[in-house]
Design a protein around this ligand. Structure first.
Ligand code: HEC
Ligand code: HEC
Length: 375
């Protein structure tokens, strides 16, 4: 009788705990000596209907636990040398994960040489940075941490900080099944990449129009027409065509690096920032940069790899009359460089900008799934 008194509450307790999923049996995951559970749940990224199918790397399957860990690491300044700057310090949600500085600013008050890139639809990218020097997002994510002009930290020290943290060891176990002493920078990189892969932006007015849920105004339609016509603004050669379900260059697997005539150099070696050439060492690549997405421009000013244009008006003026015949210019794409650009009328410039603004995804910059998890 006495024994039953103890057993009954115990059964009730076990029932309650398994009901909450806190104490899964062996089929529900692996539990370690600390009582942490490794039972990752597959995470499905919603791909907009008008986007091509997305292939996520098999080497880093997305899980709810991995994405959540990556989101924390992305927003946590713990990864920087003096614990003051997170990835999110330069990649701000309100700026579509870019920032509004001309050139980025690192923890030591040192300026980088390039403008922070916006982050979205990265699953369609195969080369990262303005110069394409990284090919794997999980490896890319490790680079800014040790860059002396950015987070200026040292991975072995970061791993020690993470291992000693009150929460992270458990989260690494839940995401990857690793014991604290086995946490590596590769795990952190994979988690960061998982979070960044979830940053899909495809809910703009333009997306609604192509999927039949809305309409462009006459002015926006005129801008689109200019964008895709050779004798108009001629933008599509490099930035792509909204054709069928292939929408724009950034969603095309053959990511391109080009020179759009921003500068005026007689020979390629004169480029101060050699762009793609810095990654490849090939002289014909000097001065070529990743063709950026034109989505969310409303949030990502200033523009170009060096942030030289403060407004879209300046960008469009450049393509209209400011193009330079320069070494390694993309002769096919910038076919009107001989006359300084495509020569748009003031009305055409307004129409083109009106069209570009239809690529604004307001939900993306306020989506709570992508926001700071510590707030
Ligand atoms: C000091 C500001 C700064 C910080 C902090 C920073 N970045 Fe960046 N990020 C940049 C700049 C600048 C670029 C472009 C660099 C280049 O082209 O050389 C960039 C580029 C990228 C890209 C390439 C995007 C593309 O389309 O190719 C990714 C991805 C990225 N950063 C992720 C991260 C992650 C993850 C962290 C944190 C671990 C981080 N960044 C921290 C400024 C920063
Ligand atoms: C020859 C290829 C080419 C053509 C044609 C072209 N672009 Fe670009 N565009 C690029 C490249 C490359 C960059 C990045 C250049 C850099 O930063 O050095 C760029 C950058 C931009 C940016 C800045 C985006 C950002 O995030 O900083 C905007 C906006 C833009 N282009 C709009 C247009 C418009 C509008 C047209 C048509 C009038 C056009 N482009 C035609 C290749 C091209």
């Amino acid at each position: 009788m006495k024994a039953l008194r103890y057993i009954l509450p115990l059964i009730v307790l076990v029932a309650i705990m398994s009901g909450c999923g806190k104490e899964p049996d062996d089929d529900d995951g692996t539990k370690n000596d600390r009582g942490w559970v490794y039972n990752p749940q597959a995470y499905t990224v919603e791909i907009p209907r008008n986007f091509p199918p997305a292939t996520f790397p098999a080497s880093n399957p997305l899980t709810t636990q991995g994405v959540q860990l990556g989101r924390m690491l992305f927003y946590d300044p713990i990864l920087s040398g003096d614990s003051t700057l997170a990835c999110a310090g330069c990649h701000k949600q309100e700026n579509a994960f870019s920032d509004n500085r001309i050139l980025s600013l690192g923890i030591d008050g040192l300026q980088g040489k390039r403008h922070a890139m916006p982050l979205f639809n990265l699953v369609y990218s195969s080369r990262f940075f303005w110069d394409g020097r990284a090919t794997d997002l999980a490896e890319q994510a490790l680079i800014p941490v040790e860059d002396p002009l950015e987070m200026h930290a040292y991975w072995p020290e970061n791993i020690i900080k993470l291992q000693a943290h009150k929460d992270y060891p458990k989260f690494f176990y839940e995401a990857f099944g690793v014991e604290p002493e086995d946490i590596t920078k590769e795990h952190a990189g994979k988690a960061l990449a998982q979070f960044m892969f979830t940053l899909v932006s495809g809910r703009s007015k333009f997306d609604e129009a192509v999927t039949g849920f809305g309409e462009l105004t006459d002015q926006e339609r005129r801008g689109l027409e200019l964008f895709i016509s050779q004798d108009g603004a001629d933008c599509f050669h490099c930035h792509g065509t909204p054709n069928g379900n292939q929408v724009f260059q950034e969603l095309s697997p053959s990511l391109q690096f080009r020179n759009n005539g921003l500068d005026s150099f007689a020979t390629a070696v004169e480029y101060v920032d050699k762009g793609l050439g810095e990654a490849t060492g090939i002289v014909t690549d000097f001065g070529k940069f990743k063709v950026p997405s034109l989505r969310n421009l409303a949030f990502t000013a200033p523009y170009m790899h060096d942030g030289r244009f403060a407004t879209l008006e300046e960008v469009v003026d450049f393509y209209s009359t400011g193009v330079h015949q320069t070494a390694n210019i993309d002769a096919g794409g910038m076919e009107f460089a001989f006359q300084g650009g495509v020569q748009l009328t003031p009305q055409e410039k307004l129409d083109l900008i009106a069209f570009l603004m239809t690529l604004t995804d307001n939900e993306f910059v306020t989506d709570p799934r992508f926001s700071d998890p510590f707030k």
